[in-house]
Design a binder for this molecule. Structure first.
Ligand SMILES: [Zn+2]
Length: 476
């Protein structure tokens, strides 16, 4: 039906423009709904490449969508461009050195994620035009993947209602189809209010909000014995009530992250944690308010989509790294612990290959997955439409995500090659879905069958708004 070398050629045609975009976004790291400049860069690129642009998708100022083609099915290619706080790092080094003291940095490679996805969309757009194929490709520029659950809000508010399937990727150390195991996750803040008093003169008049937070931790620690095996609960103090030990703390707040492998288990666990908070408030004669911050669903598997992606990867082979790429990767690996490197091999269930600093092969698919990762807001898209995610090597094997090493490698030759490779894989999958109605129908039938057994419940209340931040004066 089509020449399998077509998409790679079309990707190569646009590669320099999109590598430029990835490097610019790396240089303007922005976090959690503050991605105004990065989103503007993506919007400008969509316009320059001839896409029909929709700004402020789902009412989120830093979300953008570009569409090309006409009629037919709609395939979404998901991109991200948010950075992480505290991971500023000079590019290309093999030791930690901040670019901006305490500043943010692209420690998860999302500068590549967004540009690679847009690059894939450019190639599919050209192919649709050249062949006159009926169908549409959309690039979704999604902000705030790190903790902001933007895609979950976008799904809830209808941004994917007329989409037929979705494709995405993530940079990392290995090239493989992503395991369908990620955890549903709710971030919820518990604000306790009590009564202040002089802690020595009138302790009996005080009602300590800090005591309540601590008792809540004790209660949650007992709860751990009675939760699903794959569940996780973490917490961080947002407000310990002040620095004076001689004043009974009238307010205190703690943020909980409550995760489980199954969406309904996570929702049930959230209710139990809320009860623990209420119990702590009762014990201390304080009051508590539970405030949702954001929540995402687990990854909803689609084996048909994953097989299409695996075929595309196998067609392409590994990322074509060169000797310079390997030399830098070896210097990065020298900064990693043996445990970091061993962990990456164990994730793919392979014995370490001697001297392999970069993954220039394709890891075989393991349906069902075995390894739990964290959580991602891609999860909610996977419940909405058949979705596949590919992981493509852009960094030295063993590089932890959210590390200075990941930021340092974000503009490297390996990063650029991995990004272009990811675009070729995603572009090829999109081409297959747009030109082979039977494969798309098969993916959708699988999705519907799974959904009939376990229906989707949005993990956030219908009226909960994303934690948006104001547009800075300087932006645009
Ligand atoms: Zn990430």
């Amino acid at each position: 039906m089509q020449n399998t070398s077509e998409i790679p050629r079309l990707v190569d045609h646009h590669r320099d423009d999109l590598i430029g975009l990835a490097d610019r976004v790396w240089g303007m790291p922005e976090t959690l709904y503050g991605e105004f400049r990065s989103c503007a860069e993506h919007t400008a690129m969509l316009r320059a490449k001839g896409f029909r642009v929709t700004e402020e998708v789902a009412g989120i100022p830093t979300a953008v969508m570009g569409e090309a083609g006409k009629g037919g099915p709609v395939i979404a290619i998901l991109g991200e461009y948010d950075a992480l706080p505290g991971l500023s790092q000079v590019a290309g080094l093999d030791h930690p050195q901040e670019l901006e003291e305490g500043g943010p940095g692209h420690g998860c490679g999302h500068n590549l994620l967004g540009s690679g996805a847009l690059l894939a969309a450019c190639a599919v757009k050209d192919w649709l035009e050249a062949t006159g194929t009926q169908g549409r490709v959309r690039y979704y520029g999604c902000p705030a993947e790190e903790g902001g659950a933007a895609k979950a809000f976008m799904v809830r508010d209808g941004a994917f209602d007329d989409v037929d399937a979705a494709v995405t990727w993530h940079p990392g150390g290995m090239t493989r189809v992503d395991d369908p195991l990620s955890l549903a996750n709710t971030r919820m803040d518990f604000h306790f209010s009590g009564r202040s008093a002089h802690a020595a003169a009138q302790p009996h008049l005080g009602r300590s909000a800090l005591d309540a937070v601590e008792l809540m931790s004790v209660g949650v620690n007992y709860l751990r014995e009675h939760m699903p095996q794959d569940a996780r609960i973490h917490y961080a103090y947002l407000d310990a009530g002040g620095k004076a030990p001689n004043v009974v703390q009238s307010r205190a707040a703690v943020r909980y992250s409550i995760r489980a492998l199954k969406l309904h288990e996570m929702l049930a666990l959230v209710e139990r944690v809320k009860k623990v908070a209420e119990g702590a408030a009762l014990m201390t004669e304080t009051t508590v308010e539970a405030r949702m911050f954001a929540a995402v669903s687990n990854h909803f598997e689609n084996l048909t989509m994953d097989r299409i992606m695996q075929d595309a990867l196998d067609e392409l082979g590994g990322v074509p790294f060169d000797e310079d790429d390997r030399a830098y990767a070896r210097r990065i690996q020298a900064t990693l612990s043996p445990q970091d490197i061993a962990a990456e091999w164990s994730v793919v269930n392979e014995a370490p290959r001697a001297g392999a600093a970069l993954c220039d092969w394709v890891v075989p698919m393991r349906p069902g997955g075995e390894v739990l990762i964290g959580s991602t807001d891609v999860g909610d898209v996977t419940w909405k439409v058949p979705t596949t995610e590919v992981l493509v090597a852009t960094a030295a094997i063993g590089t932890p995500l959210h590390s200075w090493q990941m930021t340092a490698q974000g503009q490297s030759g390996a990063a650029h090659k991995g990004m272009v490779h990811a675009a070729k894989a995603m572009g090829r999958v999109t081409q297959i879905l747009l030109s082979d109605p039977a494969r798309l129908a098969e993916a959708q039938a699988e999705h519907a069958a799974r959904l009939a057994v376990t229906p989707y419940v949005c993990p956030m209340p219908a009226d909960h708004r994303p934690p948006l931040v104001p547009r800075p004066q300087a932006a645009e």
